[in-house]
Design a protein around this ligand. Structure first.
Ligand code: ADP
Ligand code: MG
Ligand code: MG
Length: 247
């Protein structure tokens, strides 16, 4: 589904990704762990096509397409979802408006008719229910006044509604208390653990991986993947630290 080959990227002319390679097949969940400043968020933003993140080498194929040739909205329409470490607030636009626009843009990209209002609300209710998220909160402006945990859960509701092929989730566990962590973990499993979907979880901590069990764990350091393994690698990192394991 995703093949990253020797990716190099700069932020503000500073090289951050320095030859990163990673392959993800449909049906797999991968976790990327690594020290602060390693380039984890940069990887997510670069794959999402965020302005300011410049690719200077390498290639990325997503579902048979040259991902780097697509505009950010085309990447989303192609089935890529990015969950942000710091979700943005959008005053004046309700979650429901935002999600309906996003979903219908995605459908248009596939040559499908927009979803009717009633069908959209049904879908939103189902997904909000899965994340135990109050529908009334979806009527409020995107993320405005939401706590850190609420933003992360709202983001998972977005993911459920958009039903992407590949989700890249950047520190979705940050700011979550124990109960919210479990709800979000179960939500990710319910939405994304399917034979035709894949997840790239970016996380500092092992705890989310207790709920969303990765098939592969990678260590990102110095702008490239320096070690890969199974779920046991995350446990080893937690007990021994990045320096000892990835040196
Ligand atoms: P991680 O998510 O692994 O903690 P990041 O991808 O956020 O790391 O950051 C990687 C490096 O890129 C860091 O050294 C950071 O200071 C730098 N960086 C990130 N964004 C910018 C920016 N907008 N301008 C300059 N440097 C940046
Ligand atoms: Mg960081
Ligand atoms: Mg980060």
């Amino acid at each position: 589904m995703l093949t990253i080959n020797n990716l190099h990227a700069t932020v503000a002319d500073k090289p951050i990704l320095k030859g990163l390679s990673l392959s993800i097949n449909a049906g797999e969940i991968h976790a990327i762990m690594g020290p602060n400043g390693a380039g984890k968020s940069t990887l997510g933003y670069t794959l999402g096509g965020r302005p300011g993140y410049e690719v200077t080498g390498g290639s990325v194929e997503f579902d048979g397409q040259d991902l780097l040739a697509l505009e950010p909205h085309e990447r989303a329409a192609a089935g890529l979802f990015l969950g942000f470490q710091y979700p943005v607030e959008i005053p004046g636009v309700s979650n429901l408006q935002f999600l309906r626009e996003a979903l219908n843009a995605q459908r248009k990209g596939h040559g499908e008719e927009p979803l009717s209002g009633a069908a959209f609300i049904k879908r939103a209710k189902e997904q909000a229910g899965l994340l135990r998220f109050d529908m009334d909160m979806l009527k409020r402006p995107v993320n405005v006044g939401f706590s850190g945990g609420e933003k992360k859960r709202a983001e998972m509701v977005q993911m459920g509604i958009l039903a992407p092929k590949l989700a890249i989730l950047d520190e979705t566990d940050s700011g979550l208390d124990i109960d919210a962590l479990r709800i979000v973990g179960e939500g990710i499993n319910a939405i994304m653990r399917k034979p035709d979907k894949a997840v790239l979880l970016i996380t500092h901590y092992q705890r989310l991986l207790d709920y969303v069990q990765p098939d592969f764990v990678h260590v990102l350091a110095g702008g490239r993947i320096v070690k890969s393994g199974g779920p046991e690698l995350a446990l080893q990192l937690e007990s021994e630290g990045y320096e000892a394991v990835a040196a």
